[in-house]
Write a protein that binds this ligand. Structure first.
Ligand code: HEC
Length: 235
């Protein structure tokens, strides 16, 4: 039995009491030491476990409560047609392209009828909106140096179709038919010397066009969560 006793420590005989002895049975002076001795262990391991445990339980209970919540009758399940109307992006391979067709000649007409000329200029230049026709340059000029011209810069012709279909005419987006978008794409590719004037654009021919800038884009690495941003990425 130890003879030395630290101030505030319970008298040695209390060690004989069973461990589960309620605190009020111990002599008064032993209480503060008891509490102090326990505190660190509570802080260090019991508390976080307890906190996260409670959190997990709350989430579980909350989730169950939500899952069992009443039905309010708000909203409707989207129909196949709704989803088709929203899901309009076209990939490089053009699998999602709708049926339809158009030629450069038809496109020239649509370009004027649908007001493209009003913003982009009658010839695709000198309008308020960006130029759509490349500037005069040697055939050997690097496509990057021809200006920001989507029908030249885009690595895939399907992107030109997708852009016009989703974004143009500005403020009246979504008003063009598939045929009109094919025709406009054909027209813009033609005035930029990417396709000849007799080419017909449809879901089959458009993805096959070899764009002048096709191989001048850096391949994007597969991004996985936690990976650092691309070097030089501005945001
Ligand atoms: C109200 C004016 C307006 C009309 C009408 C309009 N555009 Fe545009 N267009 C713009 C503006 C502004 C931009 C640039 C948008 C941007 O940079 O975000 C643009 C961009 C474009 C681009 C991409 C340019 C590039 O090289 O980056 C294409 C292609 C295009 N328009 C085609 C058309 C076609 C085809 C029509 C007719 C169906 C049309 N636009 C009608 C204003 C207009």
């Amino acid at each position: 039995m130890r003879l030395l006793r630290f101030p505030g420590e319970a008298p040695a005989w209390t060690a004989l009491l069973p461990r589960s002895q309620p605190a009020w049975l111990l002599p008064r002076r032993a209480w503060p030491t008891e509490r102090l001795a326990r505190k660190p262990s509570r802080v260090a391991c019991l508390q976080p476990a307890g906190f996260f445990g409670v959190l997990a339980m709350l989430m579980l209970v909350g989730g169950t409560a939500l899952a069992q919540g009443p039905t309010y009758g708000i909203g409707t399940t989207p129909t196949e047609e709704n989803i088709r109307a929203w899901d309009i992006s076209i990939s490089p391979t053009g699998e999602e392209l709708p049926p339809g067709r158009g030629t450069p000649e038809e496109g020239a007409l649509v370009y004027r009828q649908k007001g493209c000329a009003g913003c982009h200029g009658r010839e695709g230049k000198d309008g308020r909106a960006p130029r759509l026709v490349k500037r005069e340059a040697e055939p050997s000029t690097d496509p990057w140096d021809l200006g920001r011209i989507l029908p030249i810069r885009a690595p895939y012709a399907t992107l030109v179709w997708d852009y016009i279909n989703r974004g143009m005419p500005l403020n009246r987006e979504g008003t063009l038919t598939a045929d009109e978008v094919y025709a406009l794409t054909a027209y813009l590719l033609f005035i930029n010397d990417v396709i000849p004037d007799d080419a017909v654009m449809d879901a089959k021919s458009l993805p096959k066009i070899e764009m002048p800038n096709r191989d001048a884009w850096a391949p994007l690495p597969d991004w996985k969560p936690g990976m650092p941003r691309l070097q030089g990425y501005p945001y």
